[in-house]
Design a protein around this ligand. Structure first.
Ligand SMILES: NC(=O)c1ccc[n+]([C@@H]2O[C@H](COP(=O)([O-])OP(=O)(O)OC[C@H]3O[C@@H](n4cnc5c(N)ncnc54)[C@H](O)[C@@H]3O)[C@@H](O)[C@H]2O)c1
Length: 254
């Protein structure tokens, strides 16, 4: 991918699933990478898995808390000597019927998926403005930010919020040479989804792909990592304020 080699990349939620695949992809592109994650052990394992491949560091912090987000951004900047790209990927999900969602559960979902994205995004954007070097931010939304999946009201609302957070950031940060875009993956096979799927049926993931996705399968984390790399690269130099849907055609079906 053009213009990625040597870039300093912060991947929030890089200790598992899509974020771990993204961290690997940016390392393979010749970037220096800081991996964020909630659990210190998981972050350590993710860093260890990539250490032989290149320049990788880890930070465990809760992005929903101001001090966690600040520590993530400040540590990344200190370790990498600045930041050029933010892969704003950390997120959580669980199923819950609308009628049963408590205020506490609503707040937690929004705190991780929207507040956390805002806090880390603002921290990195302030740094990029100070550096005066421009940069790229990619916020993780979902096809759940575009259409309503049953039993995910709080998740859907958080991911829809990410889309307008992204557009507004893009409009305000363009004058600083900072591009901001969102990714909307469909169903991707990760720990997050495997946990949810196992509670529904043993073959849920295969059946879901076959019955709901025109390409007849669910996505792989590497396929989302490739989209992150594209949006961060110079090949996407005129792309800002929009979302890239990576869903095997799922949202194209009537
Ligand atoms: N898997 C999918 O099908 C899918 C589809 C669309 C969007 N997404 C989004 O992609 C992102 C990654 O999902 P995944 O499937 O790879 O999940 P995952 O559970 O495998 O990884 C989630 C990552 O986010 C981190 N994280 C969670 N809560 C955090 C917190 N409070 N503070 C800091 N880090 C935290 C975890 O440590 C981990 O690194 C999420 O934002 C998710 O909503 C996933």
């Amino acid at each position: 991918m053009r213009g990625l080699h040597g870039k300093r990349v912060l991947v929030s939620g890089g200790s598992s699933g899509i974020g771990a695949a993204a961290a690997r992809r940016f390392v393979e592109e010749g970037c220096a990478v800081v991996i964020g994650g909630l659990e210190p052990d998981e972050v350590e394992r993710a860093v260890h898995a990539l250490r032989d491949a290149g320049d990788v560091h880890g930070v465990a912090a809760d992005v929903s808390q101001e001090d966690g987000a600040t520590s993530l951004v400040e540590t990344a900047s200190r370790v990498l000597g600045g930041v050029d790209v933010l892969v704003n990927n950390a997120g959580t999900a669980w199923r819950e019927p609308f009628l049963q969602i408590t205020a506490e559960h609503w707040d937690r979902m929004l705190a991780v998926n929207l507040r956390g994205m805002f806090l880390v995004g603002q921290g990195v954007a302030r740094l990029l403005v100070e550096q005066g070097t421009g940069g790229a931010i990619i916020n993780m939304s979902s096809t759940n930010g575009l259409a309503a999946e049953q039993d995910y009201t709080h998740y859907n609302a958080s991911k829809a919020g990410v889309l307008l957070l992204t557009k507004t950031m893009a409009v305000e940060l363009a004058e600083h040479g900072i591009r901001v875009n969102a990714l909307c993956p469909g169903f991707v096979r990760t720990a997050l989804n495997e946990t949810i799927a196992a509670r529904i049926a043993p073959d849920f993931i295969e059946t879901y792909g076959r019955e709901n996705v025109p390409l007849r399968r669910t996505g792989m984390p590497q396929e989302i990592a490739a989209a992150y790399a594209f949006l961060a690269s110079d090949d996407a130099s005129f792309i800002t304020g929009t979302e890239l849907v990576v869903d095997g055609g799922q949202t194209a079906v009537m």
